[in-house]
Design a protein around this ligand. Structure first.
Ligand code: ZN
Length: 311
């Protein structure tokens, strides 16, 4: 009981701090983006023309068939799978560049046998069969453009929504945690789940013979990452990584709180997706207020440069 009360206090304190933390982080992020604008402009001016770009082929493994797509078709179809075409144009363009960079990174750093990318959203980008017109246009408007870190195409990860900040992807220098906008207005930002005690015990394969009598005593320790996601959580003495807990319960993200109710537990998720790289909700908010796609990219992938694929 004591441990749970401490945990709840920490979570409550963290939730209370959300608005102020977001307003602080938001300002820093935009400032950094604007500061890098001139560098990116100079890179673009010296880049070769679009006509010199050679078509690159991406081998895609889907459930039904294996595809060979030009990198531009792959970009448009993946973009259409993850963003609505009525999203702000600059947000679409930013996501397009991230996807194209991701594909080239996979080509240069193979992690699949006999193909370059899959369509599992937990590994690569999903793919739309028929890309929306405005997604094709956003891909075309950024044709050949990629983000590079030390002359290598970056791993252009992205996700739907984040709370306070994105998550660091290991030690990857351009995928460290950065602040996001307040994304509360998006439906995907907050998701509620309820689990009766028997269901939670089953889903987590808990030892039914040694469950505490009081629900308040079930969850007795929770540890957070620097990106405000759950790193580890202990339930009835059994330790889970945030990823294991989230996967077993089918949660939307690793940023969640656990509280008791009359019949079991309420779990509330903040944000949606891996938390790595570009947050599409913040990208849309930035695009809606007139930010250029290069500013959006600078926020989420700092220290990178916008280049064209070389011929
Ligand atoms: Zn994959």
């Amino acid at each position: 009981m004591k441990h749970f009360a401490v945990m709840f206090f920490i979570i409550a304190l963290w939730c209370t701090a959300l608005p102020s933390l977001q307003s602080i982080g938001f300002g820093d992020g935009v400032h950094a983006a604007v500061g890098e604008e001139s560098k990116e402009e100079s890179v673009e001016e010296s880049a070769p023309s679009f006509e010199s770009v050679q078509p690159l082929s991406v081998r895609v493994k889907t459930e039904k068939e294996d595809l060979h797509l030009s990198i531009e078709e792959y970009t448009a179809r993946a973009l259409s799978a993850v963003m609505a075409e009525d999203a702000p144009t600059e947000a679409l363009k930013a996501q397009a560049v991230a996807i194209r960079s991701f594909a080239l990174h996979r080509l240069n750093n193979p992690c699949h046998e006999d193909f370059d990318v899959c369509v599992n959203p937990n590994c690569c980008y999903p793919l739309s069969n028929t890309p929306a017109v405005l997604c094709v246009k956003a891909a075309s408007d950024t044709k050949g453009q990629i983000l590079c870190y030390e002359n290598e195409a970056v791993l252009g990860l992205s996700h739907l929504s984040s709370c306070i900040c994105t998550e660091s992807y290991g030690d990857c220098p351009y995928l460290q945690s950065v602040p996001v906008y307040n994304e509360e207005q998006f439906e995907c930002y907050k998701t509620h789940y309820s689990f009766e005690e028997a269901l939670l015990a089953t889903e987590l394969s808990l030892d039914l013979a040694s469950l505490p009598d009081k629900l308040e005593d079930w969850v007795d320790h929770i540890e957070f990452t620097s990106g405000n996601r759950v790193k580890t959580v202990s339930v009835c003495g059994k330790s889970f990584s945030g990823g294991e807990f989230s996967h077993l319960l089918g949660l939307d993200s690793l940023c969640f709180t656990v509280n008791t109710n009359a019949n079991g537990f309420d779990v509330v998720c903040y944000g949606s997706g891996s938390g790595y790289g570009l947050s599409r909700c913040t990208a849309m908010l930035m695009g809606a207020e007139g930010k250029d796609y290069r500013e959006i990219l600078s926020c989420f992938y700092p220290e990178t440069e916008l280049r064209f694929i070389k011929d």
